[in-house]
Every structure is written in structure tokens, then in C-alpha cells.
Design a protein around this ligand. Structure first.
Ligand code: IVH
Length: 684
């Protein structure tokens, strides 16, 4: 019998969820596909938040392709390996126009009398993935992997705005949309700048960043990356009738896909012959630099699908398609002078200042010469002409010397022997390629860089002090080293920065003082990382902190003692020993101690962040051994249990977690969290 007291009519909720879903889907579509905002960000967020709330209250009514999935939040444990239903083939590729001519002639000969054409399109430089759609719904996203087996990245793919979760209009019932995930240049650069501000290593290029993003464990992080999916191929099961005009040619398929809601390049061109193909290639070899994302070539495909089978496959790639890869562009230009930049850790980087020259769509004036050995290996002389190259990436590279311009009496470059910023004699550590300025505490770019690193998010996380304010504080003379932050008074701050138009007002002064105050409780291992010792990154700092337990032990440690720490090699041991041998650094550390910073690891049960919570731990972790993570939970007031039950608060999932635990947690609706989520829980 229906219990009328507990009965709740879900129909209105279901309707509202449907209504919200449709609205949000429509706004998303216009935003990602047509660059149009139909509503304000505020209104959009209100609708989305309402949907998130309803789904939370009624998990049974939440759809797998709900637009709330775009926000992410699901935790991907070790990505499941999936065998592709249809292998993801690669393409034969070449840098030679001659081979494109041969491809075209061979194809024409094999096809014979049949009328046919080619499509030419851009070859994206990103990460290939395959998206399976059934009945118009995205069901799975898999990376190319080795072409046979890839990683299931569905949760992350759902956060990419240009991947339709549900298709529009008509569509094949079962197919795979293949394409490339790319990181548009502007988003990539903004993201890298943020990483640097946070004290993280920037990514080398958009492709690496896209690839790393797809493998993020927390899909909410992936959602922040603003990746783009560009579809270039529709894969259908072999029994599909391809006489339908929609499916008969590759270009029709892509046009149809566009109507379903995919982002498809508008540049695709149907070409009748080799002359038209060459024209397309020549055009894009120049024009590629104006695109907002990276491409590395042109793909040429036979357009008529019915001809594909007869042309067949080679071992790895179809015979009906080929890729032409662009060569890096190269110019030679006059070396006018060399400047020397000094970084946060004192490392000196020589930079070539060259006569401006146009290369790959931009005017190049400067390029890094990496270090002294680099200059020596190319045997660069004064007044030389340098060969500068720009490949698929953004940054131009010096690849050699144009000897035709070498003057007979030219002198080899003499590397500087004093710091260009503070005049201190440079030193070179045995076995290292570059020189550095040892004046850690008296060389302005090192001082500024060190301060910037100290306040960064992963270090002391004093987020009210950015680079601009560091400059203001430094120029005013109030902050010359990291210990000075802790002597700052509210009154000293108010009114600073007027010259640069960024005057610190009373409210900001309060916020700065408060953030500095809060940083006093940042754990010892992060304090150690914040000091910015060369070669001591976040993980290294943790290992060193755990080994020595407190600052006093560490400061008294010999080079040999340091070598006993896991993963600490000779270079790092030397750097740490040198750092603490410097009397000025020891004084700064003493002042930090007096200011109340954490100078020992927290082994007591003092934090109550995890009070009342029970954890089950499974898998392998990056920052902890199994025992360490268990004792960390206990240190923060939590309990550890061996098996999952309804009393479990969280399943803390590492790499290679047991599938049984996962299944059970999912069944009981236990929240699964990653190591990084755990870290943010305890560092709150
Ligand atoms: S077609 C069977 N078209 O290039 C045909 N591939 O080795 C499948 N790529 O990793 C590929 N842009 O991810 C095709 N417009 C485009 C492409 C493209 C980039 C990538 C693809 C694969 C590689 C080919």
C-alpha cells in the first residue's frame, strides 16, 4: 500500500529538471558554438545552481548527460582502459609535397574512371579522442591510446563545452565522433600564467597541457581548463547503409555532424585535383599563424566513402587519406646584443636581441639562448646572423648560425662573469650547464622572485599579496626578504603604491595583515617549500621535512645527512646545505621562527579538520605511503576503517584502487575523493 504520509509527488520536480536542462543546454549551445550569450552570467549561474540543487536532493532524477556534468566534480580514479570498438588508425604522413603528388597520382590510378574528389582540412595539433553516441546521447569518451586500447575519460570529456552531451535534430543511432581536443592559445596562456603565479611549473605547449588536462582526476579541475573539441571524422558500424546522402561523403558527414551540435572546422575544402590541394597547403602554411589554436599540417582524404573499401588499408593507416606536415619556418637575422636575465633562484639566462624579423605570423626580436653551453655549442660570435625557427609551437628557437654572414675577424661571445643585476661574481656548479648569481639575499630579481614564490598558493598562500603589491612593498623598502612580511604594520601599508596608481586602502591593508597572520599556521613542509631553495619542490620539501622533523635538525644537517632522505640526490643536497650555510638565510629563518611560523612537522593530534569522519583508503598515492596517509587521517582527527559500510564518510581513492571497493562505495552512495581533494580538506 502506498504510504500516503511519505509519498512525495516527484512529477513537478522532474518537469522542472527537464525544463532547466533544456534551457541550460540551449544557452550552452549558443555560447560554445555561436559565441553568443543569451543570458547574463548571473542568470545562467542561477539556473545551473537550481539544477545542481534539485539533482542533489533527488539523485535518482539526475541524468548522466545533465548540463551540470559540465561543471565536473566527479572523481576519476585510475582511468579504465577500454578497447576501441573500431581501432583508431593513424595517417600516413609526409613533409614532402612530392609525396603528396605521388599519393594523388596513385589514388587517381586506383580509382580509375569513377568521379571523385578530395577534402582538404586542417590537421589539429592536440589529443585524439573518440566519442560514442547512442540514441543521440554521449555514452563514452576514450583517448586514442595506442590505437587499440585507450583510457576512458568520459567524466572529463563531459566538461568540455564543445562536446555535445545530447545531439540535435537527426543523427545515426550508433556512431563514434572522432576528433581532437585542443587548447586554444589564449586560454592556454592564461592558464600557464596562473600556474606560474601558483608556483607550479608551466606546460611546455598546448598539446601537453590538453593531454594532461584530460587525465586530471577531478573533472571539476578539467572544467576550468577551457579545452575545445574539434570533430574531424564520423565512424559508423560496418552495416550502416551509406547510400543516404548524409553519409555518402566525408564532407556531408561533417556537415551533418555540425547540425547535430559538433564543432567542425569551417575551413574544410573540396578539391578536384593536385593543383587545388597544393593551393590549400600553401595558403595554410602561411595563414596557420592567425588561427587561435595549433595545427601541424593538412589532412587530405578521398571524399566519397564508397571508394574507401576498395582503396583499403596499409598496416596502420588508410590508403584513402594522407597528412602533409608543415615544416618549421626558418629565417636568419642579425644578432644585435645579448641580455642576461636573472631568475628567482639566481640562474642566469642569456637572451638574444635580434634585428626584428617576421616569422610565423609574428615579429621576432628576442629568443632565449638557454645557457652558456648553448652559446658555446653553436659557437656564436659577435655580429653573427642567427638561424631562428618556429615550429608548431609559439616560442621561436635559435637553431644555428648562418655562416655566410660570419665576419673573418668576429670574436666569439664572451660570457659575462658578474651578475648583471648586482655585480656579484657568477658561479657555476660542477656538472651544470648554466651560471648563477650566488647573492641570494641581495640581488633584486632574486629577492622579488623569492618573495613572489613565498606568498604563492602552494607555499604560504598569502593571496592578498600579488606581484604588483610585492613590487610596491619591495620598492618602499618595507619588505626586502620573506621575514619582513611578518613585521608589517597596518599603518605602514595604508597609502602605499600611490605612484603606480594602486594605492593600498584601509580594507586592503586589513586583508593583507589578516592573510599574513593566517599563514603562520601553514604546515612546516610548506614553509620549507616556501623558502625557495633551489631544486626543493613541493614533494621534496615534504620528504625533507618528514625526515628531519624540524628546522633545527635540518639546519644542522650535513650534506651526507641530506643524502639519506629519499629522492634527495647530490645536487639537491648541495643546494640545501649551501642555503643553510649562508648566515643571512639562517637569520631570516630565525626571524620566521620568532614570527610564529611552523618549524616542525605536526605529529600531534591537534587539527580537528576530519573530526567525526571515517575513511576507507584504497590504492597508491603520490604524496603518501599507505601508512603515512592513514596516520595523516588520524592526525587530523579522522578514523580509518578497513572496509566500506554505511558508516564510511569517504573512500579515499589512489591509483590502482581495488574495483570491489569502488563498486561497494558506489552502491552505498559513499563519496569518493582523490588525494588532491584530501589534501585540500586537511589544508583548509
Ligand atoms: S583523420 C582514418 N583528420 O592526426 C582517419 N586526423 O595520424 C583518421 N588529426 O592522431 C584521422 N586533425 O588525431 C584526421 N582533420 C583531421 C585531423 C586528424 C588531426 C590527427 C589524428 C591522428 C593524426 C593522424
Amino acid at each position: 500500500m502506498l504510504d500516503i504520509f511519505n509519498y512525495q509527488d516527484l512529477e513537478p520536480t522532474r518537469k522542472r529538471i527537464e525544463e532547466l536542462t533544456q534551457l541550460i543546454d540551449k544557452y550552452n549551445y549558443e555560447y560554445y558554438m555561436n559565441d553568443q550569450s543569451l543570458v547574463s552570467d548571473y542568470e545562467f549561474d542561477q539556473l545551473l545552481n537550481e539544477l545542481i540543487m534539485l539533482e542533489k536532493q533527488h539523485p535518482d532524477l539526475a541524468m548522466p548527460n545533465s548540463p551540470t556534468k559540465r561543471v565536473g566534480g566527479e572523481v576519476n580514479k585510475s582511468f579504465r582502459q577500454v578497447t576501441h570498438r573500431f581501432p583508431m588508425l593513424s595517417l600516413g604522413n609526409t613533409y614532402s609535397i612530392g609525396e603528396i603528388e605521388e599519393f594523388e597520382a596513385r589514388t587517381r590510378r586506383l580509382i580509375g574512371d569513377h568521379p571523385f574528389s578530395y577534402t582538404c582540412e586542417l590537421k589539429y595539433d592536440g589529443v585524439a579522442i573518440g566519442l560514442t553516441y547512442r540514441h543521440g546521447e554521449l555514452v563514452q569518451a576514450v583517448t586514442r591510446g595506442n590505437g587499440t586500447v585507450g583510457d576512458d575519460i568520459t567524466a572529463n570529456a563531459r566538461t568540455i563545452g564543445t562536446i555535445p552531451l545530447k545531439l540535435y535534430g537527426s543523427y545515426p543511432d550508433d556512431f563514434e565522433a572522432r576528433g581532437e581536443v585542443v587548447y586554444p592559445f589564449d586560454e592556454f596562456e592564461a592558464f600557464n600564467r596562473q600556474r606560474e603565479a601558483d608556483g607550479d611549473e608551466p606546460f611546455a605547449n598546448p598539446r601537453n597541457a590538453a593531454s594532461g588536462s584530460l587525465k586530471l582526476q577531478n573533472s571539476a579541475e578539467c572544467a576550468k581548463r577551457k579545452l575545445m573539441f574539434c570533430m574531424y571524422f564520423m565512424m559508423l558500424p560496418p552495416d550502416v547503409d551509406i547510400s543516404d546522402a548524409h553519409l555518402a561523403t566525408h564532407s556531408n558527414r561533417l556537415e551533418w555532424a555540425r547540425q547535430m551540435g559538433f564543432k567542425v572546422q569551417p575551413y574544410i575544402k573540396e578539391c578536384a585535383n593536385i593543383a587545388e590541394i597544393k593551393q590549400f597547403i600553401d595558403y595554410w602554411d602561411e595563414a596557420r599563424w592567425q588561427l587561435p589554436f595549433a595545427i601541424d599540417g593538412i589532412v587530405i582524404k578521398v571524399n566519397q566513402v564508397e571508394l574507401w573499401d576498395s582503396l583499403g588499408l596499409t598496416a596502420k593507416s588508410p590508403r584513402w587519406a594522407i597528412a602533409y606536415k608543415f615544416k618549421a619556418q626558418q629565417v636568419s637575422t642579425h644578432l644585435e646584443s645579448i641580455s642576461y636575465q636573472v631568475g628567482r633562484t639566481g640562474v642566469v639566462t642569456p637572451v638574444a636581441n635580434m634585428a626584428p624579423v617576421s616569422l610565423g605570423g609574428t615579429v621576432v626580436r628576442r629568443a632565449t639562448m638557454v645557457n652558456a653551453d648553448y652559446i658555446r655549442s653553436f659557437d656564436i660570435h659577435e655580429d653573427d646572423w642567427l638561424l631562428v625557427e618556429k615550429g608548431g609551437e609559439i616560442i621561436p628557437k635559435i637553431v644555428g648560425v648562418d655562416m655566410s654572414h660570419r665576419k673573418p675577424d668576429a670574436k666569439a661571445i664572451e660570457y659575462i662573469d658578474r651578475c648583471p643585476e648586482c655585480g656579484t661574481p657568477l658561479v657555476r656548479t660542477e656538472g651544470e650547464a648554466g651560471y648563477y648569481c650566488p647573492n641570494q639575499d641581495g640581488c633584486p630579481p632574486q629577492q622579488l622572485g623569492r618573495l613572489e614564490h613565498f606568498v604563492s598558493r602552494r607555499a604560504m598562500n598569502i593571496d592578498t599579496i600579488g606581484l604588483e603589491r610585492i613590487k610596491i612593498l619591495f620598492d618602499s623598502g618595507l619588505v626586502r626578504n620573506v621575514a619582513d612580511f611578518y613585521s608589517l604594520q597596518r599603518n605602514q601599508l595604508i597609502g602605499l603604491g600611490a605612484e603606480s596608481g594602486a594605492t593600498i586602502q584601509e580594507r586592503s591593508a586589513d586583508n593583507i595583515i589578516e592573510a599574513i597572520d593566517i599563514s603562520r599556521s601553514v604546515p612546516f613542509e610548506r614553509v620549507l617549500f616556501a623558502l625557495g631553495i633551489r631544486y626543493v619542490g613541493e614533494v621534496g620539501a615534504k620528504k625533507i621535512a618528514r625526515y628531519f622533523k624540524n628546522m633545527t635538525n635540518l639546519m644542522n644537517a650535513s650534506r651526507e645527512d641530506l643524502l639519506l632522505v629519499e629522492d634527495v640526490g647530490e645536487v639537491t643536497a648541495d643546494a640545501v646545505a649551501t642555503f643553510f650555510a649562508d648566515e643571512r638565510m639562517r637569520q631570516i629563518v630565525e626571524r620566521l621562527r620568532e614570527a610564529g611560523l611552523q618549524m616542525q612537522i605536526n605529529e600531534s593530534n591537534t587539527s580537528a579538520h576530519l573530526q567525526g569522519l571515517t575513511f576507507v583508503v584504497s590504492g597508491v598515492f603520490e604524496h603518501f605511503s599507505r601508512d603515512e596517509i592513514k596516520s595523516s587521517i588520524e592526525q587530523h582527527g579522522g578514523k580509518v576503517s578497513g572496509s566500506i559500510s554505511s558508516k564510511t564518510s569517504y573512500l579515499l581513492a589512489g591509483d590502482k584502487m581495488g574495483p570491489e571497493k569502488l563498486k561497494k562505495a558506489e552502491k552505498l552512495g559513499i563519496k569518493i575523493i582523490s588525494e588532491s581533494e584530501y589534501l585540500s580538506m586537511i589544508n583548509e
